[in-house]
Design a protein around this ligand. Sequence first.
Ligand code: ARG
Length: 471
Amino acid sequence: MANNNSDSGGSREINALWGGRFTEGPNALMEAINASIPFDQRLFAQDIAGSKAHAAMLVAQGILTAEDGASIAQGLDTILQEIESGQFNFQTALEDIHMNVESRLRELIGDAAGRLHTARSRNDQVATDLRLWVRETMDGADTALQGLQAALLDQAEAHADAIMPGFTHLQAAQPVTFGHHMLAYVEMFGRDRGRLADARVRLNESPLGAGALAGTSFPIDRVVTAKALGFDHPMANSLDAVSARDFALEFLSAAAICATHLSRLAEELVVWSSAQFRFVSMSDAFSTGSSMLPQKKNPDAAELVRAKSGRIIGALTGLAIVMKGLPLAYSKDMQEDKEPVFDAADSLALCVAAMTGMIGQMTVNRDKLRAAASQGFTNATDLADWLVRELDLPFRDAHHVTGALVRLAEDRGCGLDDLSLADMQTVEPRITEAVFAALDLDYSVASRNSFGGTAPDNVREAAVSARERYL
Ligand code: ARG
């Protein structure tokens, strides 16, 4: 939209909606920097719903005649339908969605259109529109995340007893079950949904009727418009109502945290699907090939989910910086709230959907998981625990003895359970044959049945509970 005639001052017509005190139209660059219609047209449905609620209230309060109210409502319905069917002509000269709609309303119904803006400002209007949009987006994100949880739960239940290495520092630590690993993400996305729900409660109050900043002298009823738009109540302070964007920041915060969860899962899929791991195979539908390397099947969708967390966190950072230091009440800076919100919402929706597809369609390679779990001495803690339980060693001593046995096994190039009893007894003579049962991987995971632990029976129970809580 950059204009080459920047120095010519190529000026536009005087704005019909606010140009009363102007003698000259805006410079082309003024129009370019000022216009939000290229992006805020996404608010059309909310803008029209807000106007209809406002007009109906004005009629009920005797501020507008029933005739004018009816033709405004009809005109707005026509506009809604024009926009939905792609027939609406959005004009940059009309700045934003609010003035595009009002100007078209005037074309459709004449002078009555001019009465719609009684007791209202674009400041409370845009605050209302964006709240409605973010609310709807939060609800959509909640449903989408629920779908992702369902996909994770299906995998968790199918592989409740599939043994894999659990990692700390990405070093094999203890055997866990694949189902347990999936359920960890179910909990994370559950909290993400909780954060959205918490933010929704604070978001759900109505700025409409705050006017430009100070309220209005007309006898409006803000409770009525609040209820009509599904808000719990009107916002208590008109200055706050037009200035607050913390609802958008809270949405972006919740989205950013959710994006970090998605990126962690995405990273695991990237690692797990590599030739070195092969814990899972991604479906062809969520992979791409290489133009040069014929053998490649790349987890691009997972990589992009991993990356998009960057732009979602960027949206949060960007809007936080826009808002910091802004004096009350409205400043045009706040027009910059929309693009980060839209972009983050779109990115999050795409990431959650792609992740749901990837999780639903991935194949879990149980043999590879188990083979990996039997490497790296993941049963060392089981050995130490056995020494504590059976020989009454203090855990610190048991840890030391086990360390010596790990060193021995490492020298032999074998696992702990491949050592002979005689070998073991060179380190701790009281060890008996019974130790080997404790080193078995199935025994190991089954024994970790403390609440929240990895035992297959726990995982099955936890999955049932998660279905009840989340689905
Ligand atoms: N397009 C504007 C925005 O998004 C609408 C509010 C304009 N208000 C004003 N006082 N100029 O913030």
